[in-house]
Ligand binder design. Structure first.
Ligand code: R5P
Length: 290
């Protein structure tokens, strides 16, 4: 029987994956000390068999990362194989040296997970596959696009058009559109590497007028990209704006700002638990583990 430990950031998702795998579920108890240090206690025994650790690395990113590493290290003492499931992997956007002197954090993560004893990491819709090249263990990037599309099919949106807010997400939007049976376009977004501010550089678009649009992105952090895209699409006289994303971090009051910009509905997966995470990806993750 496989062992499964759900870390503190992914308790519900871990439980639901464990149920589907019929695994030996081992609860982990987390205590955070006043200085921010964490202490984890396992509430059950692991067998020698494979152990799966489910822990998404969202804010507080560094704490959730250390917890994942601690769980791997502990599991490796007993288990012959340790697999990490980090549906959202913080630091994934730091996959290369954009400006001179920048540390490629994904390389550091790769070293840390290998050093702790992980033999494989499974992630969901990672920002870019380049990040996983820094890992010297097995990696698998699972797609949540079928789960997201199937949710949107139930909404029966009339005359839909799929939009990627940037060229980097074009393939994702294309895939969404193909499964959803619609057409798509990708906007031109530019981000200032120093300030982080984004601008839409696309010229006027005829095909947006009168269409209900679904903006598809891998993640929402501050909401800046979605807000800029929504304002642009509204200027092009689109009808309603929906957002589909895998990972909704929604930092600070991002959700309120997104709604204020004119978005009718934000839909995300339970890679990060929250108000918008209505799409369950446990089945898709189980397929990757098996
Ligand atoms: C960037 O290219 C990503 O795909 C997301 O669009 C971006 O990271 C979202 O960040 P924010 O919500 O802060 O604009």
């Amino acid at each position: 029987m496989i062992n499964l430990i759900a870390g503190s950031s992914s308790e519900d998702l871990g439980k639901s994956i464990s149920k589907k795998l019929k695994a030996n579920f081992v609860k982990s108890e987390l205590k955070i000390f006043p200085d921010g240090e964490c202490k984890i206690t396992l509430k059950g025994n692991l067998s020698k068999n494979k152990t799966v650790i489910v822990q998404s690395i969202y804010p507080p990113v560094d704490s959730n990362l250390v917890q994942a590493l601690a769980l791997v290290s502990k599991a490796k003492e007993t288990s012959n194989e340790v697999i990490v499931v980090a549906p959202y992997l913080g630091y994934a956007r730091q996959d290369r040296e954009f400006l001179p002197g920048e540390i490629v954090s994904m390389k550091v993560l790769g070293q840390l997970f290998k050093g702790a004893g992980a033999s494989k990491i499974i992630v969901v819709d990672i920002h870019s596959k380049i990040g996983l090249k820094h890992f010297k263990i097995k990696t698998e990037n699972v797609s949540a696009i079928y789960d997201l599309v199937s949710y949107f099919q139930k909404l029966r949106i009339k005359n839909p058009l799929i939009i990627s807010p940037d060229q980097g997400g074009k393939e994702r939007a294309k895939q969404f559109a193909q499964i959803y049976d619609s057409d798509y376009i990708a906007l031109n977004k530019q981000r200032d590497r120093k300030t982080g501010k984004v601008k839409i550089k696309t010229e006027g678009l005829n095909q947006v007028q009168g269409r209900n649009v679904i903006i598809v992105d891998d993640m929402i952090s501050t909401g800046g990209s979605i807000i800029k895209a929504t304002k642009f699409l509204k200027k092009q006289k689109c009808k309603r704006v929906f957002v589909a994303c895998t990972h909704a971090l929604l930092i600070n009051d991002a959700e309120r700002k997104i709604k204020k910009s004119g978005v009718s509905k934000v839909v995300s997966t339970n890679s990060i638990p929250g108000k918008t995470s209505v799409v369950d990806i446990s089945k898709t993750i189980v397929k990757a583990i098996k």
